[in-house]
Structures are given as structure tokens and as C-alpha cells.
Design a protein around this ligand. Structure first.
Ligand code: C2E
Ligand code: CA
Ligand code: CA
Length: 668
């Protein structure tokens, strides 16, 4: 191994100078520190891929330092070697959790320390090479237990095959064509204690030709299989596998970035690192299970915003601990918008069991430069993040600009919104509502979109956030209601049987005289009142239950039906269900998707459906994306569903085509 002088970061509370001179003597370019404060930034700016933390005699401070540096080391694919005193080994597990990659226990000789440094450097090099080269294989595989005869698939393979993770063996074998099935069975028969490893090849839909490496473990009575795509799998397939495997960890993120950086043209690539505030405190106070659930909830919020603002093509990954990375090629304005929305979403409280945790986040953002590597891009984003952390006021920092991020994008949108309505940039799409039993489309929900001249299509959440900023909520609501009613009144005959659901905002409900104004508007449009459903969220009702209740009674008396929207998010109150005149209960997509989650999650969904039905309400599940979700929800008594499984929100012509299609193919 050639050994050019490489930077090395050393943090030692007591022996900084001795360690520094030892390493310098061995050819390292040393940056040394004696205090934890600011260590993250100093490590990042040192350019080192190896950090040494000398925790001898100071286990607590050492652990604090490891936690502080863990994210940065991981984000930069480096190594962290911790020097510990023998007898202080109890902290090792915690150090490992914090991101340490190597240990050296005292007493040790100078030579041993230098060797440990070289090992750590080699580890960092290997990591760097791995990100460049891409994964040897995405985690596709399975394990068969000879005693229980059960098979368990990795999440990646299950997603690829569209089955759950513990399918029946017979159902799996049925998926092979006869020739491949014979090869699979022959391979299984070939294996024995004397011959514990074998392989066979076959076609796998979505991936192409793959080889399965089987390993028989007689002691454990099981067979492990790793599924490896043959030849040089094309990039899109690799990306798809990773996405499906949910394997969006730091390594996967780096490979994604490397691929994108090598792609020419397009808009510039931006990466942001998002660190949750106060996560450590919550984790300590409530324990790991709650902490993990919270991280998943936070990741989901980030994913939802990214999907809406940057599209499905963008990257969301967990880096380490409580840091996420988001990246995408989009105009800077759109990236800033995503960052603002993410900051807003993570500032909302998280409900964890009995408690409510308020976290918030800091964001560091960097834009790719010519000849950037994934490592250098992430390093700049980490530097920006460290700056944001050091600042009391700024949630977001942008690398290389010195400027603070803020709400500039949403403010700009707020200014644009006035013109948007005049210019007809606000459009309406309709999402089908489907009978869970017959598969027939029985209605639609109107959802607004903004076709922004510069930024392209903008989702409803952002649209309403801009309206709130501009104090244009009522104006926007009026505008949308008129559009929806006008469009629906002009629907082609094929859509004449559908109900139309329209969202009302809290501002609408609080408006004096709204009921009359709205009903006049409906009548003027010509759309029949009795095919109209008004969707109202709890936050819309919370202001004044008395006013809301009167309004809903008037609407209902006039022939409209009422749905309570987003049920199961935030602070759902059962009091409303009894107090208000309602027809439908819409289970929020986050809750609805829990139906295929843990048994505990399922109990909650089941309870909500039961309760709603006992009150005589029709249950609509939102955000149904998979057959498994639909099946489980229908089994629990949910009558109508809405979600990508059937269709996203679409234009009137597309909706007409959907209906024609459903009519010709019969119920699904
Ligand atoms: P919502 O009323 O809960 O609408 C459902 C949202 O979930 C829609 O997002 C829809 O596109 C999305 N969605 C539908 N199926 C799926 C699925 O299978 N998976 C996932 N992940 N998402 C799904 P959208 O259109 O962005 O609307 C967001 C929210 O903005 C709406 O939530 C509603 O509260 C509000 N909104 C949208 N359009 C209007 C409108 O015209 N007027 C008013 N007042 N509010 C609107
Ligand atoms: Ca709704
Ligand atoms: Ca909803």
C-alpha cells in the first residue's frame, strides 16, 4: 500500500500532543483537538477520513465525542477509532452505536497504535471503493427452516415478488417456469452435509437472469440463499432493487449520488442532510423502541414531502443515527421549497405512545460542483449542517453561500399565488373512490394542483401553505370551489353516477354565512346537491364545535353528505363522532397503511373501523397502495377505498377512460 501523507483527526482530552507527534512522525498530516466543542466541524474541515478519539480515562466525554462525530464520519464514509482503557469496556456497545468503527484498548505500544491507524485508513478506503463500485448484490435472498418448513424472504425479494415476507413454499415454486423449477428442485436435492453449497440460475421478473447461491447449514437446520443478478446489471435495475429493498442506507445513498454525479446534462444535483433536533433526549427518555418508531415516522414525513415536491425519482435515505439525506436534480427553487416543507413537517409534534415529542431539525444543503464526488458533496452538506447546528436561529444553511435558508421559497410562492388564480394555473384533478367489495368506482375526491410557470406542478399541501402565508386562504378556497363545481357540472354522461367529494378548509367553516354562500354556489353550478360530499378535517372543527355542528346540519339538511377527513392523525377525538351529523369517516392514509403493520398497529385500525361502523358511518380508507392493504382493510369492514392502488388523482378525460376500462373488465 502506498502511503501518501493523509489527514488524520485526533481528539484527545489529555494526551493530544503526544498522540499528534507520534502520528505526524509516521507520516500523517495531523489535525488535533482537545475539546469536544466544535469537534465535528474541525473533523470535517480537516479532510480526514479517519478520526481518533482518545477516551482513555474519560469514557463519558469520549462517548459524547463519538456521538458528535458519528454522523460526520458515517456521512463521509470514514473510520472512527476509539482508544479505551481496559475495564471501561462497558461503554464499548454505546460507542459502537454512536458510530465507532475500531477500538484499541490500553495499554498499547506506539507500534500497535500506528498499525491500528493503518487498519482504520484501509477500512475507510475500502468503504470508499465500495460506494464507487456499487453493491455486490442488493439484499435479495431467503432462508428456509428445515424444521418448520417455513421460508422467510428479505424485504427486497418480497417487494420484488409482490408477496409478503413469509409466503408458502409452494406458492413460490409456482412462480418459476417448469424448466427453472426443475433446476431449483435439483439444486435443493443436491445439497447435503457433505456438499453444503450449490447454485442454480433462473429468470426473475424485473431483474433478468439471476443466480441463487444456496448454503446448507446442518447445525441450524436451515438453508440460506442469496440472489445475485447475473452479468453487469444495468443501473436502473440496480436502483430499482435498492429502492425496493428499502435499503436506503448511507452506502446506498452514496452510490445513488455517485451515479447521478456521473450523469451528464440535467439540472444540478443538490443534496441536503437533515438532522433531527433533540432526538437523543427522546431516545434516552422513552427508550429505543419509541426512538425507532419516531425515526420511522420522521422518515415517512420526509418521504411524503420529497415525493410531492421532488417526485419519486429523488433520494431519501437514513445516514446514521437521526440524520437523513435527501437529494435530487431539480431547479434550486424547488429544492429550497422541499427543504422548507421538510423543516415544517418535522417541526410538527410526533405522538409517541402516550407522549408528544417536539423535535424540529437542522438542514445543511449543498449543490454539486463540476467534478464533485459523492463524498465531497456530502462533506459540504455536513459542513453546512454543522453551521446550522451552531446557529441559534437558522434551521437551514447552504454550503458555500454563507447565506441562511429560510422561508424564501414559500414567500415567493405566496406572491405568485394571486396571479396564479388569474392566469388559470390552479387546476383540479379527481381521485377515484372505489367500492372495496365490488371494485366499482363510486365517487371521486377533487384535489387541487398548481401548474406554476417556473416550478412546474406543485402539490396541494404546498399550495395551501403558500395561501396561508399570503392570507389568501379564503380567496383560494372560493376559486377552487367554483372550479370544481363548474367542472363536475360539465362532466360527460359516463360520470353522471359518481359522487363528488370536496374539501372544505377550517377558514371556510369559520366564515360567517358560509352555508348559504356555498349552497348558492352549488345551485348556480347546476351540480346536484345530493351527489356532493363535503370533507372536513378535525382541525377544521376544533375551533368551535357549536358553529361547525350547525353548519354541518344545514348542509346535510340541504342534501349534501359529510365526511370527516384524515381521521386518526394528530389528536383524533371521539367526541366529534358522536356530536356531529356525519355520513363518512375517512381513515387517514398513515393509519390505513398500518393495517399491514405490527399487530399493535392493526388493533388501532380495527378499533377505528368498528367504532365508525357502530355509529352507522361508512368507512373510507385513504392511501391504499397495495392489494394486501386493501384485502386487510376490506376484511375489517372498510367499505370504500381511495389510493394509488386504483389511481392517483387524474383529469376528467383520464377518469372517463378509467371508468370505461373498469366497466369493460368487470370488478377487480
Ligand atoms: P386529503 O384530503 O387527505 O387528500 C388525500 C391526499 O392523499 C391527496 O394529496 C392525494 O393525492 C394523496 N393520496 C391519494 N392516494 C394516495 C396513496 O395511495 N398514497 C399516498 N401516499 N397518497 C395518496 P394532495 O392532493 O397532495 O392533497 C393534500 C391535501 O391538501 C388534501 O389531503 C387536502 O387536505 C388538501 N387539499 C387538496 N386539494 C384541496 C382542495 O381542492 N381544497 C381544499 N380545501 N383542500 C385540498
Ligand atoms: Ca380530503
Ligand atoms: Ca385525508
Amino acid at each position: 500500500m502506498t502511503f501518501a501523507p493523509a489527514p488524520l483527526f485526533i481528539l484527545s482530552f489529555r494526551q493530544r500532543d503526544e498522540l499528534a507527534s507520534l502520528a505526524a512522525g509516521a507520516g500523517w498530516q495531523v489535525v488535533a483537538a482537545r475539546r469536544v466543542g466544535g469537534a465535528e466541524r474541525r473533523f470535517l474541515s480537516s479532510g480526514a477520513s479517519v478520526a481518533v478519539i482518545d477516551a482513555r480515562g474519560a469514557p463519558e466525554e469520549g462517548l459524547a465525542a463519538a456521538k458528535l462525530l458519528g454522523g460526520a464520519v458515517e456521512a463521509n464514509g470514514g473510520a472512527m477509532i476509539v482508544l479505551v482503557s481496559r475495564g471501561e469496556g462497558a461503554t464499548i456497545a454505546a460507542l459502537y452505536d454512536a458510530g465507532a468503527t475500531h477500538f484499541l484498548a490500553s495499554p498499547f505500544s506506539d507500534a500497535e497504535l500506528l498499525q491500528a491507524l493503518r487498519f482504520a485508513a484501509r477500512h475507510a478506503e475500502r468503504m470508499a471503493r465500495e460506494w464507487q463500485a456499487g453493491p455486490a448484490f442488493a439484499p435479495l435472498g431467503w432462508r428456509y427452516d428445515l424444521l418448520t418448513r417455513g421460508v422467510v424472504l428479505t424485504a427486497g425479494l418480497a417487494a420484488l415478488l409482490g408477496t409478503d415476507e413469509e409466503p408458502s413454499v409452494r406458492a413460490l415454486l409456482r412462480r418459476y417456469d417448469p424448466e427453472d423449477r426443475a433446476a431449483a428442485l435439483a439444486a435443493l436435492r443436491r445439497m447435503s452435509s457433505a456438499r453444503p453449497a450449490t447454485a442454480f440460475a433462473h429468470d426473475l421478473a424485473g431483474v433478468g437472469r439471476v443466480v441463487q447461491h444456496l448454503q446448507f447449514d446442518p447445525g441450524e437446520h436451515r438453508i440460506d440463499a442469496v440472489v445475485e443478478p447475473l452479468g453487469s446489471a444495468p443501473e436502473p435495475a440496480a436502483e430499482m432493487r435498492e429502492a425496493l429493498a428499502g435499503a436506503r442506507d448511507a452506502g446506498s445513498a452514496r452510490r445513488w449520488l455517485t451515479r447521478r454525479l456521473s450523469g451528464a446534462g440535467e439540472a444540478p444535483l443538490c443534496a441536503m442532510l437533515i438532522a433531527l433536533n433533540r432526538f437523543d433526549m427522546v431516545n434516552t427518555a422513552y427508550g429505543r423502541t419509541v426512538g425507532d418508531a419516531l425515526l420511522r415516522a420522521a422518515q415517512k414525513r420526509v418521504e411524503d414531502v420529497v415525493q410531492e415536491v421532488l417526485g419519486r425519482d429523488a433520494l431519501v435515505a437514513r445516514m446514521s443515527g437521526s440524520t437523513f439525506v435527501v437529494a435530487g436534480t431539480a431547479p434550486r427553487a424547488r429544492i429550497d421549497l422541499a427543504a422548507e416543507r421538510i423543516a415544517g413537517e418535522l417541526a410538527r409534534p410526533f405522538v409517541t405512545g402516550e407522549s408528544i415529542a417536539v423535535l424540529g431539525c437542522r438542514i445543511g444543503l449543498a449543490e454539486a460542483l463540476a467534478d464533485d464526488s459523492a463524498a465531497s458533496l456530502l462533506r459540504r452538506a455536513s459542513e453546512a449542517l454543522a453551521e446550522a447546528r451552531d446557529s441559534d436561529s437558522a434551521t437551514m444553511r447552504v454550503a458555500d453561500s454563507g447565506g441562511e435558508g429560510g422561508h424564501a421559497q414559500i414567500d415567493r410562492l405566496a406572491v405568485d399565488l394571486n396571479h396564479a388564480m388569474e392566469r388559470g394555473e390552479i387546476g383540479i384533478l379527481f381521485q377515484p373512490q372505489v367500492s372495496a367489495s365490488s371494485g366499482a368506482i363510486v365517487g371521486v375526491e377533487a384535489l387541487a394542483r398548481w401548474e406554476h410557470g417556473v416550478l412546474g406542478s406543485i402539490g396541494a399541501e404546498t399550495l395551501f401553505a403558500a395561501a396561508a402565508r399570503a392570507d389568501l386562504e379564503i380567496g383560494l378556497s372560493d376559486h377552487i370551489q367554483k372550479l370544481v363545481l363548474a367542472q363536475a357540472a360539465a362532466w360527460p354522461a359516463a360520470l353522471a353516477g359518481l359522487r363528488l367529494a370536496l374539501n372544505l378548509t377550517a377558514a371556510d367553516i369559520a366564515r360567517p354565512g358560509f352555508a348559504d354562500l356555498f349552497l348558492d354556489r352549488v345551485d348556480a353550478s347546476g351540480f346536484p346537491r345530493n351527489r356532493l360530499t363535503l370533507e372536513i378535517t378535525e382541525s377544521g372543527l376544533i375551533e368551535d364545535l357549536g358553529i361547525a355542528s350547525t353548519l354541518l346540519s344545514v348542509m346535510r339538511g340541504a342534501g349534501c353528505r359529510i365526511a370527516i377527513d384524515d381521521f386518526g392523525t394528530g389528536y383524533s377525538s371521539l367526541a366529534y363522532l358522536k356530536a356531529l351529523p356525519l355520513d363518512y369517516l375517512k381513515i387517514d392514509k398513515k393509519l390505513a397503511q398500518d393495517i399491514t403493520g405490527s399487530p399493535r398497529d392493526r388493533i388501532v385500525v380495527r378499533g377505528v373501523i368498528d367504532m365508525a361502523r357502530s355509529l352507522g358511518l361508512t368507512v373510507i380508507a385513504e392511501g391504499v397502495e397495495t392489494d394486501a392493504q386493501l384485502e386487510a382493510l376490506a376484511k375489517e369492514g372498510c367499505q370504500i377505498y381511495q389510493g394509488f392502488l386504483c389511481s392517483e388523482a387524474v383529469s376528467v378525460p383520464a377518469l372517463t377512460a378509467l371508468l370505461a376500462n373498469a366497466a369493460s373488465t368487470g370488478p377487480r
